[in-house]
Design a protein around this ligand. Sequence first.
Ligand code: KG4
Ligand code: ZN
Length: 342
Amino acid sequence: MRVFAIETSCDETSTAIVDIPTRHVLALTIYSQYAEHAPYGGVVPEIASRAHLERLPALTTDALTQSGLEWADIDAIAATVGPGLTTALVIGSTFAQTLAVSLNKPFWGANHIEGHALSPLLALPNTQTPALTFPYLLLLLTGGHCQFVAVEGPGRYTTLGTTFDDAVGECFDKVAKILGFPHPGGPAIEACATSGHSGIPLPMPKNDTSLDFSFSGLKTAVKDLMAKPNPPPAADVAASFQTTVATLLAKKLGHALMQTGYTQAVIAGGVAVNQTIRAALQATCQAHGATFTAPPLKLCADNAAMIAFAAGLRAQAGLANSPLGTRPIPRWPLDAMSTSQS
Ligand code: KG4
Ligand code: ZN
């Protein structure tokens, strides 16, 4: 089964083709709209939608060319229908639904978070499939989420802990803004931190074994630090902030492994590209005798391969995907994708 998919939930326009049984990405295109949103200090939905519309036709033919396949070789057309920016979701899902109708193929509307949750199982072209099987412990790190999820199979998700306030990516973005870096903040903080020292003490909860998160105190501490008459160099603040987040996530992952008994941990989402965070989590897994799987960087950030895969795995397991005519679903938690509730 081969699935062609479109992802347009935020500021990345992406198309992909995935071979579901072998878990291999056959083609993947990603256009990041960072430069178009940069002057506004954040993602502007109207600009995102126009950019998606402009890029989708070429990225669609690019994916087919990359794969060396014909439309006749594709079994279904998928697209993200939520969660995300409504107008951006409308563009991608309308494009995909029109493609499905005109090619007389099934349309499968997918949940973006389910895509991230299953992405660690995927392999890029000419690479080996990860030695990862269900069940696994997922630490989801995106611009909108910071969650521990027990992933037992397609449509079998249990949230074990989540954030009380900001998501981890949101915290990177807000701290970057305080430091005067452009949006999105994550890449800017990681780049700047390489020339800084991470010795500035920042608040971290003590004796906290819960699997929930809170990032607002950390963000406020950086704000207060930078409001002082002689603030420390931005690179030192970036390095200290990044190390604090990595340490906090690694501690929580240790507690999650001990409390659940899982022996496989994975990370997913845009923040999972961060090398300091990856290294800290890898070390925790090693200390707990658990395996650690981090998707290739291209598959951490928003991409259509995870959308094709999520829709394809659900179909393969006999689970429903959103049908033709589905409206965008701007808020759509992963728990809603669990089989008991669908
Ligand atoms: O998963 P994603 O691409 O989109 C959502 O579904 O939210 O995640 C985007 C988030 C942004 O907050 C961005 O600042 C963060 O991922 N991010 C990073 C890095 N690259 C992107 N955070 C830390 N370090 C990075 N290198
Ligand atoms: Zn995402």
